[in-house]
Design a protein around this ligand. Structure first.
Ligand SMILES: Nc1ncnc2c1ncn2[C@@H]1O[C@H](COP(=O)(O)OP(=O)(O)OP(=O)(O)O)[C@@H](O)[C@H]1O
Ligand SMILES: O=P(O)(O)OC[C@H]1O[C@](O)(CO)[C@@H](O)[C@@H]1O
Ligand SMILES: [Mg+2]
Length: 534
């Protein structure tokens, strides 16, 4: 029996109960894809799908493949894990003009990307991920692919570039011509129309900020989404979004597996906050850091032109201060950077007021960069209890910029009897809404191509991203189980403190606590200038 029939033709077949897909689902003898782990790592569990059809699913007991030398491969799922007889085809890239003279067109199945590249001579080789890129064999016939793209969560520079490059990549590299854009985020699967995407439609969208598909928060209903995927005959789903979106993508992948559908689910991580774990950085982040310079520069120009000028620039970063940290390091005009990971205080020795006073005496002006998630506990104290959430359940933040502006003004005019000139700039949405810069555009292309190659090769339930500069397929759970934050114990934060010479706001016991948390037992003498008791 020919099992190469696509889910498109299947879902269009008159009666699902007599679809040949049923026979495929009932095969009880899974033969795992040769790149996957051996069957000892799996157990077989019968499940019942939406239409009460029996489905057979291979559940990965452990997705870690550990070798004697401490080499660990954290693999991503493959369609053949639960559709063992899926046929494969030669990759059409073999005949592609673009790849004609490439020395090694296809990534070797053995290629892996190391999560940790700083090792000691005798240390175990550690965790690795499957290297991204085109494979010798694909598990979809080009003319049977019906792909869709969806964008969820907040905006970020480069989303349109990723959309463009998925469409052009599918079309030019694999000859796919059925690509749908799902409108308005996850809820768009079941409540909106779709857009037909082609290279012509997406040709110049990378020059625009935002997402041509529009986005939303909330509205993730796994069953409704997968019903819709099935009904539309979609067999490749490209999901662009942040940590919440990737959690949603994992649920879609699981439901697809449970129903035994030949649908590849690929996540492309997006977040301006750069808070996605494992990957080097998220697309749009460099653009954001660059754009933040304009706001910082404006603040600097303003405050150095007046007497006792204090400029405050608020940047995005709910729980992670990466944009603020990098924008500060890039600028050199910033005297103090406040991020959510590093608690600060205003009054007393080593506090912010003391530092501002010193800066004003020495330079006559200063610039503070504050991440939107910093000092939320202070703002909350001075406001009636509000605990609002957005539609996705993310806590809505209070305006630390306004609060800080007011506090500094009050302190210097009322307590210190000192005239100061406050300038508060909030460029957050302006930064998020711009198109991506050149280097982010290239990065977006790599992400999109990696996702397309991965889905065509039959991988599913994966996220793409660079790990130590090499693009890899990462199990979705790995990027959602933790959020990446600035580590105060890493050298980067020390570099920032050394560059601005701002107080660290940590007292001696806090320094030791952070070092212990980072697993470092140290008896280092702590710089007394930077340590005060609160
Ligand atoms: N735990 C979850 N399970 C399933 N879906 C989720 C989950 N968390 C969020 N989502 C869905 O993912 C989408 C985007 O989530 P969210 O608004 O948190 O943004 P995000 O993807 O984290 O991006 P960012 O935080 O960078 O703006 C929403 O449609 C939301 O319903
Ligand atoms: O678009 P919204 O819902 O106002 O979201 C703003 C939030 O989104 C983010 O930009 C993340 O996408 C955060 O930095 C910010 O707090
Ligand atoms: Mg998020």
């Amino acid at each position: 029996m020919d099992l190469s029939i696509s889910s498109r033709s299947l879902s269009r077949s008159a009666s699902p109960s007599i679809s040949p897909f049923n026979s495929k689902r009932m095969i009880l003898n899974p033969v795992f894809h040769k790149f996957s782990f051996d069957s000892r790592n799996f157990k077989i569990k019968p499940l019942v799908s939406r239409q009460n059809r029996p489905a057979v699913v291979a559940v990965r007991a452990s997705n870690q493949n550990v070798h004697n030398d401490g080499f660990v491969l954290e693999d991503v799922p493959h369609l053949t894990n639960f559709l063992p007889d899926l046929p494969s085809y030669p990759n059409p890239l073999k005949k592609s003009q673009a790849y004609a003279v490439v020395k090694q067109t296809f990534v070797s199945p053995e290629d892996a990307v190391a999560q940790n590249i700083v090792l000691q001579k005798d240390s175990p080789r550690g965790v690795h991920f499957r290297r991204a890129g085109p494979r010798e064999k694909v598990y979809f016939k080009s003319d049977e692919v019906r792909a869709c793209i969806v964008t969820c969560g907040g905006l970020c520079p480069g989303i349109n570039t990723v959309i463009r490059e998925i469409v052009c990549g599918l079309s030019y590299m694999y000859g796919v011509d059925e690509i749908l854009g799902i409108e308005g985020g996850y809820r768009g699967f079941y409540s909106k129309n779709t857009l037909t995407l082609s290279p012509k439609v997406v040709n110049d969208i990378h020059k625009r900020g935002g997402t041509i598909l529009r986005t939303s928060r909330g509205g993730h209903d796994t069953n409704k989404i997968v019903d819709n995927i099935e009904d539309r005959g979609i067999n490749q789903v490209y999901i662009i979004g942040g940590d919440g979106t990737q959690k949603g993508a994992a649920l879609i992948y699981k439901e697809v597996e449970k129903r035994g559908l030949q649908v590849a689910v690929a996540g492309i991580p997006k977040t301006i906050d750069n808070d996605i774990a494992v990957i080097d950085k998220s697309f749009g982040f460099d653009t954001a850091v660059e754009e933040a310079q304009r706001a910082i520069n404006a603040a600097h120009v303003e405050v150095e032109s007046v007497e006792n000028g204090v400029g405050i620039v608020k940047l995005m970063g709910r729980y992670s201060g990466f944009i603020s940290m990098y924008a500060t390091l890039a600028s050199r005009d910033v005297d103090c950077c406040l991020i959510p990971e590093s608690p600060f205080y205003l009054e007393g020795p080593g506090g912010l007021f003391e530092f501002i006073e010193r800066q004003l005496k020495e330079n006559g002006h200063m610039v503070i960069v504050v991440a939107e998630g910093a000092g939320q506990e202070f703002v909350a104290q001075s406001m009636p209890a509000v605990d609002e959430k957005d539609a996705s359940g993310n806590r809505l933040l209070l305006d630390i910029g306004l609060w800080l502006t007011q506090k500094i003004k009050d302190h210097f005019t009322k307590v210190q009897k000192m005239m100061i000139n406050m300038k508060y700039i909030d460029p957050t949405y302006m930064i998020r809404a711009i198109p991506s810069n050149g280097s982010d555009n290239i990065y977006c292309t790599l992400l999109a191509h990696s996702a397309v190659h991965g889905a065509m090769a039959g991988f599913t339930g994966f996220t793409v991203g660079p790990v130590n500069s090499r693009h890899a397929y990462i199990p979705i759970a790995r990027v959602t189980e933790t959020q990446k934050t600035v580590k105060l114990t890493d050298r980067m934060w020390a570099r920032l403190l050394a560059s601005t010479n701002q107080p660290s706001f940590l007292n001696c016991s806090e320094v030791l606590h952070h070092q212990e948390k980072a697993g470092r037992k140290t008896t280092e003498v702590i710089n007394s200038e930077r340590t005060t008791s609160t």
